[in-house]
Ligand binder design. Structure first.
Ligand SMILES: Nc1ncnc2c1ncn2[C@@H]1O[C@H](COP(=O)(O)OP(=O)(O)OP(=O)(O)O)[C@@H](O)[C@H]1O
Ligand SMILES: [Mg+2]
Length: 335
């Protein structure tokens, strides 16, 4: 096939193509990739990949690109890129490195798939589910909860009235009172499970303090929680998912690491949020990536739904799970 025909095909495939040099400068791209970001192909040549990244620039420079060059291959890597008009474009990339015969780096070949619609749909689904759980919680609390409070009140009054009366009726009234109290307890558990983070700006802080406070008594492991900056989160979708990420990270530390201390830190800075859960346990075993568990996969999915990054560092001093949520365009500084 002639060069022209190759170029024609390359420019017209509905998938983005991107090639980077050893310093992650763009040396080639096709029309689909340039159009995805609102540029002409020529305009992107010579730009650094970092300049079109919306977030995780330092991670790309210091970790993911060097790792890609070393491994020679990368699959399913999610990035958020910046469109010329300021909008965010969510993509997944698959890449291969081309080396010369002595193993020297020549260039990368990367396919870029636009997953913005999928990400938007997933976020909407999670938002709807979160809202639905909250609605059920409110209905239960305000409806069934009020009725149970009434029943418990009448049962207590009955017990008092029958105190010196008919022993059989007294026993029935006491059973009724205990049953109403149990039903209230069960309902509180259901409410707790439905929405663990109250839909108020300080909901996450309260839920995180409650979660970390419960660890020492239940598991005999020290668990410290601190907040840096002023954490106020208006969006319950973000608060609930950050809570569930922290919950899984803490439970993984308790289940797998043999740690003595867990440090949980939530930092708010100029609108960015950063959650860190660090244990001082054994660290990840080498085969953890092939493990059957769902926890880490769900954690990553939650982070991607929020547009956050999730990194897991493991070393001799234990595991640190770090979730970073950059400020979204148009959103005010959260500080
Ligand atoms: N803090 C940690 N310290 C040591 N190993 C860990 C830690 N967190 C996770 N792992 C390892 O990673 C594996 C995968 O974790 P993941 O949460 O996905 O699954 P799981 O906890 O085994 O099961 P599930 O979360 O589905 O109940 C674990 O089986 C464990 O080997
Ligand atoms: Mg787990």
């Amino acid at each position: 096939m002639s060069d022209d025909r190759y170029r024609l095909m390359f420019d017209n495939v509905p998938l983005g193509y991107l090639s980077l040099d050893v310093d992650a400068n763009i040396i080639d791209c096709n029309r689909a990739f340039a159009t995805l970001l609102g540029y002409g192909e020529q305009e992107l040549l010579g730009c650094t990949f970092a300049s079109i990244l919306h977030d995780r620039v330092e991670y790309h420079r210091a970790v993911s690109f060097p790792e890609f060059k070393r491994r020679g291959e990368a699959r399913d890597i999610a990035f958020t890129l910046k469109h010329r008009n300021g909008e965010l474009v969510h993509v997944v990339m698959h890449g291969k490195v081309r080396y010369d015969e002595r193993g020297g780096f020549i260039q990368t070949h990367c396919m870029v798939i636009d997953v913005s619609d999928k990400v938007a749909l997933e976020r909407e689904l999670v938002r709807l589910t979160t809202a639905e759980r909250q609605r059920i919680g409110h209905d239960l609390h305000d409806g069934v909860g009020q009725e149970l409070t009434g029943i418990a009140f009448v049962a207590s009054a009955l017990v008092q009235r029958l105190d010196r009366g008919d022993a059989e009726l007294l026993s029935m009234a006491e059973t009724l009172k205990a049953s109403a109290a149990r039903a209230k307890g069960l309902m509180a558990d259901v409410l707790q499970g439905l929405s663990r983070v109250a839909d108020v700006p300080e909901g996450l802080s309260v839920a995180m303090a409650r979660l970390t406070d419960s660890v020492p008594a239940l598991f005999g492991v020290a668990c410290h929680y601190r907040e840096l900056g002023r954490v106020r989160i208006e969006d319950n979708l973000i608060a609930s998912n950050l809570y569930l990420i922290a919950h899984e990270a803490i439970h993984n530390a308790l289940k797998h690491s043999g740690c003595a201390v867990i440090e949980v830190t939530l930092t708010a800075s100029k609108g960015d949020l950063r959650l860190e859960v660090a244990d001082d346990g054994l660290g990840l075993r080498s085969e953890w990536e092939g493990a059957d568990g769902m926890g880490l996969k769900i954690m990553k999915h939650r982070a991607s739904v929020l547009g956050a990054s999730l990194q897991i560092h493991s070393g001799d001093n234990g595991v640190t799970v770090c979730c970073e949520l950059p400020r979204q365009p148009g959103q005010e500084e959260r500080e």
